[in-house]
Write a protein that binds this ligand. Sequence first.
Ligand code: AHG
Ligand code: MN
Ligand code: MN
Ligand code: MN
Length: 332
Amino acid sequence: NQDRLALPVGTTLDRFIMRKQEDFPYATGELSQLLRDIALAAKIVNREINRSGLIDITGAYGQQNVQGEEQQKLDVIANIRFIRALRNGGEVCTVISEEDEDMIQTGKNQGKYVVAIDPLDGSSNIDVNVSIGTIFSIYRRQSAIGQEGTQEDCLQKGVHQVAAGYVIYGSSTMLVYTTGNGVNGFTYEASLGEFFLSHPNITTPPSGNIYSINEGSANSFPEGVKQFVQYCKDSSFSARYIGSLVADFHRNLLKGGIYIYPATAKNTNGKLRLMYECNALAFIVEQAGGKASNGQKRLMEIEPTSLHQRCPLYIGSTELVDKAESFLSPEP
Ligand code: AHG
Ligand code: MN
Ligand code: MN
Ligand code: MN
């Protein structure tokens, strides 16, 4: 069966999604369509990002989002583009987004799925031509079809994700996703307008020598994190920190390493958001053989209580996440 699932490098994303669906004879194709909708929006956002310096869509938009962050124009544009694609696709009843305080009802109440999305990750890097991304999680709704999605549909544990992925707008644009059967990466060929399978069955090294953490906040790191960072230095690891979660994660996924955003004085529960940043990457890293925790427990087991809640993130190669956890005090 594994052989049948294996598709050659160069397969288009559309064909890949279609072939995967054929392997599940009872699938109705709605999840496949949803993934294609996201890929289409990613192409549009990629186009906007590539020419952003030329068409006055860099810089601040002039409003704050619910987290009190200064929205960038591209945060807003990407949000509009992804939500429009999800609404038009019709497979999704409800969306939660970093850029919207409340749940977004698409009006497509027949939709079986809910999506959590960080439309544009790494906003501080937009204007300086550094890699940015998009992160998404897909859940099956729990409420009955035919009405609007509920808060319970949106606040599911990470373990209930049916698919998750990210787009990295980097030196090349890639889409990486999982439906719980391994992780595959697709590189965008802009002149053809297609994503092609370039990184089949991604597995992350069990260990590595890269650590990624914003050491500017080191004075207020938890004691265990200070000790772990010292351990990384004593081991002559490389420090790598782009400041775009997607890009930092993607590098460590391929090369082996650990990314940490701990609780700090400024962000007492960490900075990153559970529902549309952490859970998706946790699903992907586990599917690739790595590990994700909040320092104490498996990240995908956290019971969410609000749409925009934050949580500390320790993610990457299993041995390194285990090592970091060994310096931290266990859950009380
Ligand atoms: P976003 O741009 O979606 O608001 O996310 C910002 C996040 C994440 O991309 C990045 O890893 C982190 O903020 C960087 O935070 P610091 O600048 O505090 O290191
Ligand atoms: Mn933001
Ligand atoms: Mn983000
Ligand atoms: Mn964002």
